[in-house]
Design a binder for this molecule. Structure first.
Ligand code: MRU
Length: 368
């Protein structure tokens, strides 16, 4: 996406790779919207830490980061012994996989890369195949998001008010985004509409990242408190909800997404407002049979008990908000049942959640 800083516009991907230095290059998302900075990770452990600490976040973006991290780790191996190399790659895989548990994209991305690598007969061949697979995942991520935009744009009519939750924008992918893709495509078709961004406590990805993206793209928007959506829906101020997902079950159509998504889906149902989920194919989990089996990331209490912001002097600071001595519960994600979802916007078209399984061949899955 194009980013304009101090009057200068340049195109950036959220995740890239410097093959000469064997570094993964990431937009440091914890600094946004106050500072735009690209940071390198120098080895696979640093890459895993960047995922864990949310330098990079969002399903597709951490999928691409994990794929590049796998290639980075594989390429750092010295020697020709294939057995030792495989053991090393397994360590790299497990380290990156354990960085964040709910999103399935990193696992899907690295599994695809490992399948590609198995065609190589030498360490050098496998190292090259790992990088090619990571580049392919990143390019597919962009293409999938563009296709989501084309299918989803028809849902956004002129004058509509659209609600989104968290950040399923280009920062959550390699480019374009999933929930934002229909917005960007509708804007390119000349349609004017308004977006409400849920603030998305505790980490405020809506207030910081989605609002920044939409501002960069000059799309009319307002940040709302997480508790405001019901009020707006009741007054006819929201026509459509589009959110992303970190893991969507291909067998049941259940959707894991940022905590608070389920609440919005219940509210949308109550008010008869269409509720759509936008996903690339890498977000589909074809194995799990129930949303209750999705690992839900439990995060630090401090995220709920306080907030990060910027001081008047431009310094990034954490302030305690909650009562000193009180603890917090901080589940990062929730699961929305299929019956609350109007449709799933995929690169292959828009489907009702229960159709995913029946259409699995079209959705790129033939062998489950
Ligand atoms: O914790 P995060 O910021 O990595 O959460 C992921 C998300 O941004 C959202 O859940 C998003 O809606 C889906 S990711 C495309």
């Amino acid at each position: 996406m194009n980013v304009t800083i101090r009057g200068r516009t340049r195109h950036f991907r959220t995740v890239a790779f410097d093959s000469g230095k064997n570094h993964v290059l990431l937009i440091e998302q914890r600094l946004l919207p106050h500072e735009f900075k690209i940071v390198p990770t120098r080895d696979f452990r640093e890459t895993a830490r960047a995922i864990k600490d949310m330098v990079v976040r969002g399903a597709g973006a951490i999928g691409a980061t994990a794929a590049y991290g796998l290639a980075q780790g594989a390429r750092a191996f010295r020697g020709n012994d294939l057995k030792r190399f495989r053991r090393h790659v397994e360590t790299v895989y497990q380290t990156l996989k354990s960085a964040r548990p709910t999103a399935v994209d990193p696992v899907n991305a690295m599994n695809q890369a490992r399948v590609s690598m198995s065609a190589g007969e030498t360490v050098a061949e496998q190292q090259a195949l790992a990088l090619a697979a990571a580049e392919e995942f990143a390019n597919h991520d962009v293409q999938h998001c563009e296709a989501i935009g084309q299918h989803g744009a028809k849902l956004i009519r002129p004058g509509m008010k659209v609600l989104t939750h968290c950040n399923a924008g280009w920062l959550a992918f390699v480019d374009v985004g999933s929930a934002t893709a229909p917005m960007y495509a509708a804007q390119a078709m000349g349609r004017k509409f308004h977006v409400y961004c849920d603030e998305t406590r505790p980490r405020s990805q809506g207030a910081t990242l989605t609002a920044w993206e939409l501002a960069q793209q000059e799309i009319s928007h307002q940040v709302i408190a997480d508790n405001a959506a019901g009020h707006l829906m009741q007054r006819g101020e929201i026509d459509l909800v589009i959110v992303g997902s970190d893991r969507t079950l291909g067998r049941t159509g259940e959707v894991a997404n940022k905590i608070g998504t389920y609440t919005k889906a219940v509210l949308a149902k109550r008010h008869g407002i269409p509720f759509y989920v936008a996903i690339p194919l890498s977000t589909i989990d074809w194995k799990l049979k129930s949303g209750f089996d999705i690992p839900i990331e439990q995060r630090e209490e401090s995220e709920v008990l306080g907030a990060w912001g910027i001081t008047r002097r431009g310094q990034r600071e954490y302030v305690r908000v909650a009562n000193v001595g009180s603890g917090a519960y901080n589940a990062g994600f929730d699961v929305t049942p299929a019956e609350l979802i109007t449709g799933i916007i995929t690169p292959a078209g828009i489907f009702k959640p229960p159709e995913l399984w029946a259409k699995r061949n079209r959705l790129g899955q033939s062998e489950v």
